[in-house]
Design a protein around this ligand. Structure first.
Ligand code: NDP
Length: 246
């Protein structure tokens, strides 16, 4: 299915994990794909090689999502390189964990900077390039709707902001034929949350299916939302969480 042929996409945080799976999937469906990364230059180039192996164009851009100027420049570089921008996936993320008393103002700023401000700024820049059929898809978390344990107050706060962002922006750009959605993963096997990590059994016990999801499970939903078939889905939060919030 090459239903993204002729489209161009940018995936933030595409060097590893869920973002890398999304970048590969969009390329397999025919899109040219740019990715951003913070530190993993070699891994990002490896993903670009995989994108190019599908016949699509690929591009890796170092851009800290907490730096608004770097984010805006990355979006504009992707659009100029590909000559268009149709799909923005706001995926880059971190996982601050610990008791609220121990959270520093710097951690609050950095988390909000990457998960909220960076998403807003990237979307603003992307909208200046998008035409009818544009797609803005953010990766939230199932913790945005329900928080099953302590230690994640800052993370949950930052991810729930994407719900209001998504609903508001869907109203703002709907008449332009652009959709805006947030995908809320549950436990997904990545460097951030390895399926053999110390807390993994507890996470498995909390969902309905009893096992972790794969990055490709999230990528499949993103590709559906990005495709022409997703045209009537907007302002929505889509859980891909093995029933964690059921
Ligand atoms: P990983 O830690 O495996 O990968 C994170 C990716 O984001 C890397 O490509 C990393 O780049 C990039 N990144 C991190 N910080 C920045 C930054 N400041 N600027 C630019 N890029 C950055 O995480 P996951 O793949 O697991 O997570 C992806 C998204 O999914 C996140 O938003 C996360 O919150 C969300 N999520 C994940 C869940 C899970 O169980 N894994 C569950 C729910 C939500 P680099 O390689 O350069 O560091």
């Amino acid at each position: 299915n090459r239903d993204l042929q002729g489209k161009a996409a940018l995936v933030t945080g595409g060097s590893r994990g869920i973002g890398a799976a999304i970048a590969r999937r969009l390329a397999v469906r025919g899109a040219d794909v740019a990715i951003t990364y913070a530190a993993s230059a070699a891994k990002a180039e490896g993903i670009v090689a995989e994108i190019e192996a599908t016949g699509a164009r690929g591009l890796a851009i170092q851009a800290d999502s907490a730096d608004p100027q770097a984010v805006t420049a990355a979006v504009n570089t992707a659009a100029e390189t590909f000559g268009r921008l149709d799909i923005l996936v706001n995926n880059a993320g971190i996982f601050p964990y610990g008791p609220p008393e121990a959270v520093t103002v710097e951690e609050i700023d950095r988390t909000i900077g990457i998960h909220v401000k960076g998403v807003f700024v990237a979307s603003q820049a992307a909208l200046s390039h998008m035409r009818e059929g544009g797609r803005i898809i953010s990766i939230g978390s199932c913790f945005a709707q329900r928080v099953p344990h302590g230690g994640v107050t800052l993370y949950s706060m930052s991810k729930s902001a994407l719900i209001g962002f998504t609903k508001g922006l869907a109203r703002d750009v709907g008449a332009r034929g652009i959709t805006v959605n947030v995908v809320d993963p549950g436990s997904t096997d990545t460097d951030m949350n390895p399926a053999d990590g110390p807390g993994a059994d507890g996470q498995r016990a909390l969902n309905a299916v009893g096992h972790y999801g794969a990055p490709d499970d999230i990528a499949a939903m993103v590709a559906h939302l990005a495709s022409p078939e997703g045209q009537y889905i907007t302002g929505a939060s889509l859980a891909v969480d093995g029933g964690s919030n059921a």
